[in-house]
Design a protein around this ligand. Structure first.
Ligand SMILES: [Zn+2]
Length: 96
């Protein structure tokens, strides 16, 4: 059993989903003049993405911020490897 930590992999997935939702909403919002709910919802989801990434996307062991880029080839994995202290985080647990 590893040490229990915040499930950053799940949070990261939620953040990416927020980011993916914000793109079409912002695009639709740009086509409409004046007040429109699409634009504000798009900003809201983009804001959620930024907040989750800034506050939670860091190594639960050494607290160093993890790489920021979105890479769909590696994001499919269900674990994170910290490039600094080289621990593995999976399902909210640190696996040495
Ligand atoms: Zn680390």
């Amino acid at each position: 059993m590893g040490k229990k930590v915040i499930d950053i992999v799940k949070l990261r997935k939620i953040a990416i989903i927020c980011w993916l939702i914000s793109i079409p909403l912002n695009f639709i919002g740009r086509l409409i003049y004046g007040f429109n709910i699409f634009f504000y919802l798009g900003i809201f989801f983009l804001f959620l993405f930024v907040i989750i990434t800034l506050f939670f996307w860091k190594c639960p062991n050494c607290k160093v911020r993890l790489p920021f880029q979105i890479n769909f080839e590696t994001e499919v994995y269900d674990y994170v490897l910290c490039p600094h202290c080289e621990i593995k985080v999976e399902d909210g647990e640190i696996i040495e």
